[in-house]
Design a protein around this ligand. Sequence first.
Ligand code: SF4
Ligand code: F3S
Ligand code: FES
Length: 254
Amino acid sequence: MTSYEAHFKVWRGDAEGGDLRDYQVEVNDGEVVLDIVHRLQATQAPDLAVRWNCKAGKCGSCSAEVNGRPRLMCMTRMSVFTRDETVTVTPMRTFPVVRDLVTDVSLNYTKAREVPSFVPPEGVAPGEYRMAQVDVERSQEFRKCIECFLCQNTCHVVRDHDENKPAFSGPRFLMRIAELDMHPLDAAADHGLTRATSAQDDHGLGYCNITKCCTEVCPEQIKITDNALIPLKERAADRKYDPLVWLGSRIRRR
Ligand code: SF4
Ligand code: F3S
Ligand code: FES
């Protein structure tokens, strides 16, 4: 096993402010950034705050920015950096800092609660639901989400624009609306909720200008923009501008 000393800069501070601190930390073969942060805690900075849980890329807890790029620390191998490269670790920028690398992501839970849940079809009991495999596969991709909120952190609509946060649900939750909108058994429309229209009117879909930064950082490689947001935009536009769709929806509602 080979090891070397890496130069790390880690943001230390709290809601009042903070700065980058320099550390020299041992790195061994096969280690990831989270290993180094843990070694830092164990050897030099016992009060360093960091959130993590699974160390397997599945809990979504260890999100941070490594050399400016939003990443899961447990899935970022040290081998992607050269040995003389400084590795800078900072908290996610879009959410308020609690302390050091830990941010307050509660905005995301507020946004989650604002999306009306699946509406079961009438007259079909749980266990009797039947869906075509193609419909199952379409939404299965979105179910891979581990709620790391890296996409929410990256989207430029809110990254440096706190003022947009109240009106914009962000890619993760617009994707949830898209998933429900594609669900063949979701009966929300029978209760007057057209999900694509609501995404536009109530969840800020119009703020998204398809930059695809959310898709680029998703550790689950979910095609958020191509498979969720663009189809949702198309359906919202259909409902708004296609007179036949509009007429059909009026007749169905009677
Ligand atoms: Fe994370 Fe991807 Fe889910 Fe966004 S969609 S929260 S980036 S797993
Ligand atoms: Fe933001 Fe993703 Fe749209 S980064 S602008 S939600 S494509
Ligand atoms: Fe669970 Fe990194 S510790 S995703």
